[in-house]
Design a binder for this molecule. Structure first.
Ligand code: GLU
Length: 485
């Protein structure tokens, strides 16, 4: 048996992180088993469709490195892979179910349904469809369908007994039939609902393993009834616990939680996101991997296992993601860092600082998330307002008085340097400290404060002075002298 898995998003917006995780696990499982990973677009609920969302799904999956073997824009033997393009394919199966009694056409109008629903609610009853149209004779139903009257096709759930399925993670799941509703399988517009399309398409596309969120756990017994009615084997189901923002709510775009695209735009690196997401609800085998935390995509393909999936919800911990991101950035090749950092430097330094390479050296291991970079380097373009308190540093043995002395000494010494290189700067300032019986820190700290306006900076006095250049350095030293005088 060739393993075939699918990711089946509805094009309702950005790829959210729960969706990305489903896609990732689905991909990993297929690759690990030398199987096929398929993308199917579930767009039968056209009202919820968002323009551009389909293209975004393609783009996001590629950016994430989750290349699908079959899908709308790559083709394959089981297409089309967009459900609205499969529209004519569903009705014959629905009719087959109608013939066998597992489904039936329903002509109830919205108003009629509303009336009966209201009546049930008033009596304090839980409404589910009352099988009203099941009472129509086959002839009448056929006549009305042929006449062009609007109708839907509903699943005919047995009145008694139970419906069930086996989940690879949750085990035996069952529901009493009398709690299940006769869901619509084909809507009045002729398109199938998810409830029907997922069954038909998973079967026709030869899907062997279905991974999806636990929100489908309770309706899967119903889908199993459809498989049985059609005489098909159901796929193996693996329902995945939700990704939560905190103990009480799921991660959701509606509350401003970031999508995959948002994270990329904020300057999280793809590999860090993937590593982090993989561990949200899945744990590598401790015997084999100990407490290993870093996994490349290839590592994940090897390490992934259904046994490691957790049934309890996973909490999205932003700090942990930031930690991963920092680690990945620190370990990336320098030139890659420089290329990624450049647009972020440009936001505040364009035309003001020229040696990005040197700046990148100072920033490389200090960068946690790229969108924090502009704030960290902005002081190079413009001296921030600062309080003279920061000239005081116990360990450096500095205070405003010593600092004023240091700056006054440094001013002419710096002015005298022709080649404003870091080596020359260092040499000049160290010599100056020595000659005046000051500790190195008593010279370096005040100079760094004066030219940065910040208590902590990437790089020290000489690196900063070199980056901003002689003229700006002297201007800032003068400003410091003025402030301290
Ligand atoms: N279209 C469904 C969704 O986006 C997919 C569920 C499934 O994978 O079967 O939630």
């Amino acid at each position: 048996m060739t393993v075939r898995t699918r990711f089946a998003p509805s094009p309702t917006g950005y790829l959210h992180l729960g969706g990305l995780r489903t896609a990732l696990y689905t991909y990993l499982f297929a690759k690990q088993n030398n199987g096929k990973f398929i993308l199917r677009i579930e767009d039968t609920d056209q009202e919820r469709e968002v323009e551009g969302a389909v293209e975004l799904i393609y783009k996001s999956l590629r950016q994430a490195g989750l290349d699908y073997d079959e899908g709308p824009d790559v083709g394959g033997d089981f297409g089309p892979y967009i459900q609205t393009q499969r529209r004519d394919l569903y009705m014959p199966y629905a009719m087959q179910l109608v013939e066998s009694g597992a489904a039936y056409p329903c002509f109830c109008t919205k108003e009629e349904l509303q009336e009966r629903r209201d009546a049930a609610t008033q009596k304090g009853e839980q409404w589910k469809y009352d099988k009203h149209c099941l009472n129509l004779s086959k002839e009448e139903a056929k006549r009305r369908m042929a006449s062009g009257e609007p109708f839907v096709i509903r699943q005919n759930i047995p009145l008694t007994g139970t419906a069930s399925f086996e989940d690879a993670l949750y085990g035996h799941v069952e529901a009493p039939c009398d709690t299940l509703d006769d869901n619509v399988l084909i809507k009045a517009d002729g398109l199938p609902t998810y409830n029907f399309a997922n069954v038909i398409d998973d079967h026709l596309m030869g899907i062997t393993h279905v991974m999806r969120g636990t929100e489908y756990l309770s309706s899967t017994p119903k889908y199993n009834l459809l498989y049985k009615a059609l005489g098909w084997d159901a796929p193996i189901y693996i329902h995945l616990s939700p990704v939560m923002k905190d103990a009480s709510r799921k991660l959701s775009k509606r509350y401003g939680d970031p999508s995959f695209e948002d994270l990329l735009a904020q300057g999280y690196v793809k590999d860090a996101i993937i590593n982090f997401i993989a561990l949200l609800g899945w744990c590598p085998d401790v015997k084999k991997y100990g407490d290993q935390e870093f996994f490349s995509m290839q590592d994940l393909i090897e390490a992934f296992s259904l046994d490691g999936l957790s049934k309890s919800p996973a909490i999205f911990n932003t700090e942990k993601l930031v930690w991963f991101n920092h680690e990945y950035i620190s370990k990336m090749p320098f030139d890659e860092y420089l290329a990624m950092a450049t647009p972020w430097f440009d936001k505040v330094l364009k035309g003001k600082i020229s040696d990005y390479r040197r700046l990148a050296e100072l920033m490389h291991t200090r960068t946690e998330v790229f969108d924090r970079v502009p704030d960290m380097v902005r002081f190079l373009a413009e001296l921030p307002e600062y309080d003279i308190d920061i000239y005081t540093h116990k360990k450096m043995k500095t205070d405003p008085e010593i600092s004023l002395k240091a700056l006054k000494l440094a001013r002419p010494a710096l002015e005298a340097i022709d080649d404003f290189s870091e080596d020359n700067l260092k040499e000049a300032l160290m010599t100056l400290a020595q000659q005046n019986e000051m500790k190195t820190g008593q010279m370096m700290w005040p100079v760094r404060i004066a030219i940065s306006g910040l208590a902590s900076t990437p790089g020290g006095a000489t690196e900063i002075a070199y980056l901003i250049g002689k003229e700006e350095t002297l201007r800032r030293i003068d400003k410091g002298i003025e402030k301290l005088s």
